[in-house]
Design a binder for this molecule. Structure first.
Ligand SMILES: [Zn+2]
Length: 282
């Protein structure tokens, strides 16, 4: 009798364990996991196993076969963002995120000579041509579905002083200039520059007016990075690069007042704080 009771107990335990196991598994399969913080200029990496489509505020996001996706909050994004996932079994789930505002460094400089405020007209043709080249190159970023960035993020240079933070803005003679779209790290000319994560060289640009020699990398699903004012570029258009691969050297080409790396990150056109990537663990 005792033997039978014991066996029934074992069977009940086994049955409950199986139920628990499948409940957990079900929850995992229809769950949305988000890594990162809803803060202006920050990135969110998501995973939803068996997702068939993912939307951010009803706009579809690129999705890998493993259910991985990414999105970011612009410097000036604010308010509520809704992530909606439709799973392959038809279940729909949503997660709401509320973006926290940041305080940026704003400098007002008045009574500045006009030549320091706007570029001279004879330069505008070149500046516009270079802007078009960048816009054309950026088009390929829109369709790269592979999440190359899953190799993780690293700082593209070793050491150096941060001489410009993300989001800072100067207002010259009352005219707001573009906010600083990246971080500046002051280092001697020739210091090695490494790719922050895996990607494809989207554009290697030589001697542009503002950026000098610079590299634009496509990390997949809209995520991209730039390495600006380089002394030397060591990669070619279309080349696959790996996290930590040597891609160039620090310099002071283009509109630069001394050798430094301008490191910029965007998710599509949204401006991301590169510093925020370094705190992401996944
Ligand atoms: Zn900069």
């Amino acid at each position: 009798m005792t033997f039978i009771t014991k066996n029934i107990r074992v069977l009940i335990c086994l049955f409950l364990s199986i139920c628990f196991f499948f409940n957990t598994l079900y929850a995992q399969e229809n769950d949305i996991v988000l890594i990162g913080n809803p803060i202006q200029g920050h990135l969110i990496i998501g995973n939803a196993i068996n997702a068939s489509s993912v939307f951010l505020n009803n706009e579809p996001l690129l999705l890998s076969e493993e259910g991985v996706f990414v999105f970011g909050f612009d410097r000036d994004d604010t308010g509520k963002f809704t992530v909606k996932v439709i799973f392959s079994d038809g279940v729909t789930k949503e997660k709401e995120l509320y973006v926290s505002n940041r305080a940026y460094d704003i400098q007002r400089i008045n009574q500045l000579e006009e030549k320091y405020v706007s570029p001279p007209p004879e330069l505008m043709e070149r500046i516009n041509r270079e802007r078009d080249t960048i816009l054309e190159a950026r088009k390929s970023i829109d369709t790269t579905q592979t999440p190359y960035y899953l190799s993780g993020f690293l700082r593209p240079v070793e050491g150096g002083r941060i001489s410009g933070v993300f989001g800072g803005q100067r207002i010259l003679n009352g005219e707001p200039k573009s906010p600083h779209n990246g971080i500046d790290i002051a280092l001697p000319t020739g210091t090695p520059v490494y790719a922050m994560t895996d990607g494809i060289v989207c554009l290697r640009a030589d001697n542009f007016h503002y950026n000098g020699n610079f590299i634009l990398l496509d990390h997949g699903q809209g995520l991209n990075s730039v390495y600006v004012h380089l002394n030397k570029i060591l990669v070619e258009d279309g080349q696959k690069v790996f996290k930590g691969q040597l891609i160039g050297e620090v310099g002071s080409t283009g509109r630069s007042t001394g050798p430094h790396l301008h490191w910029g990150v965007q998710w599509y056109k949204k401006r991301i704080d590169p510093q925020a990537l370094l705190d992401m663990n996944f």
